[in-house]
Ligand binder design. Sequence first.
Ligand SMILES: [Zn+2]
Length: 495
Amino acid sequence: MTVKVELEKRKKCMTKRNLDLGIKIGIICLIMCSLGVLYMYLTNSTGNIYQNFVNQVSEEVEKEVGKVAFLDKHIEGKATLAFFPIDAQGKPVEKLANPLHKGLETVDTHTDISVFSYTKQKTLNQYDGYYLYKKQYKLEQGKYKEQSAELLATYYFKESGETVSFQDLLEDSIDSHTVMELLKTLVNDTVKELTQKEKLLNMLEQKKLSELDYAYTKDQFSLLSQDDNGKIFSTKLDITDVIPYFKETVVFDTYKSVYTTKVAEIREKRKTYRQQMLQNIVNGIKQKVPSKKIALTFDDGPDSDTTPQVLDILEKYQAKATFYMLGSRVAGNENIIKKMVEKGHELGNHSWDHPDLTTLPVEEVKRQVEQTQQAITAASGGVAPKSMRPPYGAINAMVNSHINLPIAMWNVDSLDWKTRSAEKVYEVVTNHIGNGDVVLMHDIHQSTVDSLDRLIGQLKEQGYEMVTLSELYDSHELVSGIQYFSANDAQIVSE
Ligand SMILES: [Zn+2]
């Protein structure tokens, strides 16, 4: 249209006297107008194409997961878009929005638009699932065309609103150590690219199992991580290597038969693997040269009269200790247990009412341990005992298999239960103490309490730092299936 108007103008010009000038002006007008139209067309349409694309993807994601919000970032003509569901109040669903912030930190220069978005699935044991995808688009002939789609992570929600963590997928009897080691082995075997391998192993070193972002569907198991630049990447592992460690209820139908037929073999493999892992830990401990740290431990309490006195003396010397308590003595002493936690001491399980566990039927062993664990955790306001000291140090394979806690032994017995003499307790401990030792005492005898001021003062003077049992082993997590005697002595409970 505009061009036609210009031609009309030109015709009129030609009828005037100054023909040359008219032609010149006409041509200039024509060029300028054409350029203007072209410019407007181009700028408007790229803007429109992008806006249309955003609207279209918004609509698609909304259809899948309900109302969404989005963030975008542009660098040098490349865009990254992230869509995430919002709740009834219009707030982003945190668990689903957080991983996307990482994704937005970088813009992929190999593509025109990278889109992070969710689809909704209901596939895992009736859990509501959100699948996080990364899709890449390139502008071709005025349209953004999808080049690739990659499933990065799955987020399944429990009824409580919490997400199903990787830890939740695992069979209860499997300790996190075993699984972490397995994942490291798989990453080592699977990932070829060296920097990526290193990043993943680092991540596994730093995170807890419950913190891992994973994708788990009937076709895929992968771990989500990011590189130094914040760029998200996912690593696929062989699903059949991982599911043998899962609860049967979260194994997809496709793998049910493999899972069932292989279960014996898998258990055997798991056992050998676990034995190896435990042996490595024990070897590591035995090779250690202990520092001047010792762990004082107090059994059979709490007692409303004597235990608070012990706590006061410990506080006076800034000493930390571990208390192996009886479940039956918790009621009425909750404040004492809270104070232990407050003052930085460690809680331990010493059974419900002090039987020799090796003489009891399985069900009774479980009850002794679990009820005590629950009672102490409730009394402390949520802090669970980290280890178990079986009464009389009596342990066997059967008992161990039902405890599922590290076994806390000792290597210096104060004999306070026998001598009932403050003087003797002082003598026995000071005569036997050495670096890395674990001292057995009882906070229910007044004679023991009476020995403590002098004893702890003396130990301090000798340069000993009194720490909790966990602290004695530095940052190495205490593991079930191992008996801990001292900082450089431990043993596997034989099976
Ligand atoms: Zn005891």
